[in-house]
Write a protein that binds this ligand. Structure first.
Ligand SMILES: Cc1cc2nc3c(=O)[nH]c(=O)nc-3n(C[C@H](O)[C@H](O)[C@H](O)COP(=O)(O)O)c2cc1C
Ligand SMILES: CCCCC(=O)C(=O)O
Length: 382
């Protein structure tokens, strides 16, 4: 690990590719179908430009924010990502510890390879943590899972709404991707038991034994409830007192529906380009959603965040914070907890420096006039 040297997050993917098995790298890195959305998530950031302000006292830069009443060190959360023990034996525990050390929230996936209570325990003393919820057909199991997360000390739920089925990930189909032997989806162990003899409900068989094609895709379609609608939010409220965010919103229409349904936060996301291919880049979808939400609830965004300036653009366009995905897995693969820490530290330092160069001593100084959309010319009076 001590020899892990990199200057920026874009350098990490090829380094991680050298140390990860081909099937695992393929699952982590890939998007769906033509990967057009995956590429656009990244490309969009160079289409927007930043307009700095001069002669502002930036001798002290404050990157902190308050989310759900809790202090967060800088406006980054770790995105929920499944099966982190494939990257490193410490998996989710290492990520939780690194996030806690940095004072930022981790969002733990339902599909973790370490139990949610242990991941929470590893993050005690750090920022609030979220539990990402995939909604299973078996509602009794969902209730148990949510209540287990609440009892374990998670401070919020993030319900993923863009995945009634998994997107068509051709790398996983080609590689016959499955969960490697010796690893388990630790939060789902009660699921098989709960489902008893129901047809097609044997979770472990599907996820470990791909047969033809992708094992995770089959596991998903066997178990996930594709009939979900907005009335689910009221049901979830009836079984938990945790704040409820929805993750995977791309239209102002859906953001309105979510706020009307009573959600406590919106996550603008296309799932890292892994679900509907050719869906818009998250950053392009953000401004209309932020306008529709109008500060009624926090708006987060993810997809392609790799630089401090990316965070600034997202916040200037109306986000309260961003989620960071794949670079965390690359740091984990290359150096465990220390590797993840180095990824976060690199991003934090870039953010602080770019805020100073923008003339923004705090996040509250960022506003829409500090970013130029592709159709806006720098000579426009801003
Ligand atoms: C390997 C991998 C696994 C993921 N697993 C989940 C998951 O379990 N639940 C979820 O809501 N999103 C999941 N996502 C989507 C991320 O939370 C996030 O939306 C996306 O990765 C952000 O884009 P970025 O990787 O470009 O930063 C996953 C993404 C990746 C790359
Ligand atoms: C069966 C795990 C699915 C996790 C996920 O959301 C993703 O791979 O994008």
């Amino acid at each position: 690990m001590s020899d892990l040297t990199f200057q920026n997050l874009d350098e990490l993917e090829p380094l991680a590719q050298q140390v990860l098995p081909k099937t695992v790298f393929g699952y982590y890195a890939s998007g769906s179908e033509t990967e057009s959305t995956l590429r656009d998530n990244r490309a969009v950031f160079s289409r927007y430009r930043l307009m700095p302000r001069m002669m502002v006292d930036v001798s002290n830069v404050d990157t902190t924010l308050t989310l759900l009443g809790r202090k967060v060190a800088y406006p980054v959360l770790i995105a929920p990502m499944a099966m982190q023990c494939m990257a490193h034996p410490d998996g989710e525990l290492a990520v939780s510890r690194a996030a806690a050390a940095e004072g930022i929230p981790m969002v733990q996936s339902t599909m973790g390879t370490v139990g949610l209570a242990d991941v929470r325990q590893a993050g005690v003393g750090g920022a609030l943590m979220f539990f990402q919820l995939y909604v299973f057909k078996n509602r009794g199991f969902v209730r148990q899972l949510v209540q287990h997360a609440e009892r374990s000390g998670y401070g919020g739920l993030m319900v993923t709404v863009d995945a009634p089925f998994l997107g068509k990930r051709e790398a996983d189909e080609r590689n016959n991707f499955k969960l490697p032997d010796g690893l388990r989806l630790a939060n789902l162990e009660g699921l098989g038991a709960n489902l008893g003899a129901e047809a097609g409900a044997n979770t472990d068989a599907a996820v470990h034994d791909a047969g033809e094609g992708s094992g995770v895709s089959k596991h998903f379609s066997d178990n996930i409830d594709a009939s979900l609608t907005w009335s689910f939010v009221a049901w979830l409220r009836s079984v938990t007192s945790l704040p409820i965010f929805v993750k995977g919103i791309l239209s102002a229409h859906d953001a309105e529906k979510g706020v009307d349904a009573g959600v406590d936060g919106i996550v603008v996301s296309n799932h890292g380009g892994r679900q509907l291919d050719t869906a818009p880049a998250s950053l392009d979808a953000l401004p209309a959603i932020a306008a529709a939400v109008g500060k009624r609830v926090p708006v987060l965004v993810d997809g392609g965040i790799r630089r401090g300036t990316d965070i600034i653009k997202a916040l200037a366009l109306g986000a309260d914070a961003v989620l960071l995905g794949r670079p965390v897995l690359w740091g984990l693969a290359l150096g465990g907890q220390e590797g993840v820490h180095k990824v976060l530290e690199t991003l934090r330092k870039e953010l602080r420096l770019s805020m100073a160069l923008m003339g923004c001593p705090s996040l509250a100084h960022l506003n829409r006039r500090m970013v130029l959309a592709p159709w806006e010319h720098p000579s426009a009076r801003l």
